[in-house]
Design a protein around this ligand. Structure first.
Ligand code: SF4
Ligand code: SF4
Length: 428
């Protein structure tokens, strides 16, 4: 079966894979950050005291690499102020307090993908504030606008969901396969590509079957070996097309655009239904009483979502946004769900092991999917040799954590890699 070099096999713990997506009722008060994406902060379009309607744009994206934000509920703007943020710590947000309970379903529109122009698809996707829902939150309209000298021949939908615990994408593929396929067809049309492929790890045979049935031969659905980080863009391209994205390059450099399956559904909703990105599926799992997959309005506090999942178990001691390999530990449960929140994972207490000395076993090197030298990153970061770290291609590190997972000395290699990348950026 197709795959890539390196990688690891962490325990997958997909305890919520059989739990259908359940809608979470919005709280009275939502905190909607003006930055939920890679790129520039949005400019507020509303002011304190103003009434807003569900789906109304409340933050405008002025830069090319940015995405507007919308309110998931009708109500009144209570304030625009700095609030805790699950990714950047603190950020400006619009606080909306709701009135009456909302109707749940956004009205469905009609669309024949043959009769919509690529420009119109890009415009609707941008206006709807769609970003990559796999976690990176890169504005989707930018990915759909490759420069003319980078022709795209293939679009890949990422249905791997290789991160342990997370099952939101799995449920989306099972419950919304037609919308996944339509989203892929719209992306193919937007970038002028012919070939569409959905890569799914082979441990989701039900999703593969549902997608194949919905695709009806129009696009390929390819099972991939179960291995972490199979869902990383560069690994996916290598496994499916045997193409190597060059160091410092992007998928478009090898004629490819990659989108997550959840993003494909959001694209369908934006283009067909005119629905902005106001809610997303979040796996709430680990040490909670009712783990599951929940459809959550953007801006809902983690504390509210955890309550909807039955509350934290007594054994829970920390909460992470995302999965255990690449997730971000949270210092407060007041942070809101943002567009990039694929999971809320509660973990039991574990005593962090003492960091040992590198024994030069080279396990980290053998398992790095990017073919890098993680052990060297640790040495150079400790010695503050940022120039040498740049030459060692640290910017190619995708922070997947495979190196730290196999390190017998329990060295926090990703911490050193992140620090190194930050310092190398400052050298520029
Ligand atoms: S060095 Fe970076 S890319 Fe390589 S295994 Fe470690 S975290 Fe992953
Ligand atoms: S896996 Fe850990 S101990 Fe082995 S070489 Fe890499 S950093 Fe050193």
């Amino acid at each position: 079966m197709r795959s890539f070099q390196g990688g690891v096999h962490p325990p997958y713990n997909k305890i919520t894979q059989d739990r259908p997506i359940e809608r979470v009722k919005p709280p009275d008060r939502l905190v909607i950050p003006l930055v939920q994406h890679t790129g520039a902060l949005c400019k507020p379009l509303v002011e304190k005291g103003q009434e807003v309607e569900r789906g109304q744009k409340i933050g405008k994206a002025e830069a090319f690499i940015s995405a507007p934000v919308h309110t998931p509920i009708s109500g009144v703007v209570k304030e625009i102020a700095s609030h805790p943020h699950p990714v950047v710590g603190e950020a400006m947000a619009v606080v909306v307090e709701g009135g009456e309970e909302e109707s749940e379903d956004w009205p469905r529109g009609e669309l024949d993908p043959e009769y919509i122009s690529p420009k119109e698809i890009r415009s609707r996707v941008r206006e709807a504030g769609i970003v990559g829902l796999g976690g990176a939150a890169f504005p989707t309209a930018v990915k759909l606008s490759p420069p003319e000298d980078k022709p795209i021949d293939t679009v890949i939908l990422n249905g791997c969901e290789c991160e342990p615990y997370l099952t939101a994408d799995h449920r989306i593929m099972l419950e919304r396969p037609e919308d996944c396929i339509l989203g892929l067809i719209l992306v193919l049309r937007a970038v002028g590509a012919e070939r569409g492929i959905i890569g799914v790890e082979a441990n989701k045979p039900d999703a593969i079957e549902a997608l194949r049935k919905a695709a009806d031969g129009k696009v390929e659905v390819v099972p991939l070996k179960v291995k972490y980080p199979q869902g990383a863009e560069k690994m996916l391209i290598k496994a499916l097309l045997d193409r190597e994205v060059p160091s410092g390059g992007l998928p478009m450099d090898v004629g490819v655009v990659v989108q997550n399956v959840g993003t494909a559904v959001a694209i369908t909703e934006a283009v067909r239904d005119g629905k902005p990105l106001i809610e997303r599926v979040v796996t709430v799992t680990g040490e909670v009483r009712r783990p599951g997959n929940y459809l959550v309005p953007i801006g809902t506090p983690f504390s509210w979502v955890l309550e909807a999942a039955g509350g934290l178990s007594e054994s829970a001691s920390r909460v992470v946004m995302g999965g255990p390999m690449m997730g971000i530990a949270q210092r407060t449960l007041d942070v809101p769900v943002v567009k990039g929140t694929s999971g809320i994972l509660a973990l039991a207490e574990d005593i962090p092991p003492e960091e040992g000395t590198c024994i030069r076993c080279a396990r980290c090197v053998d398992h790095c999917p990017m073919g890098l030298m993680p052990t060297l990153f640790v040495k150079l970061a400790k010695g503050e040799r940022w120039d040498l770290l740049r030459d060692a291609h640290i910017m190619d590190c995708i922070e997947c954590g495979s190196c730290a997972f196999v390190c017998p000395a329990r060295i926090s290699i990703v911490h050193y890699a992140k620090l190194g990348k930050l310092r190398v950026r400052l050298l520029r």
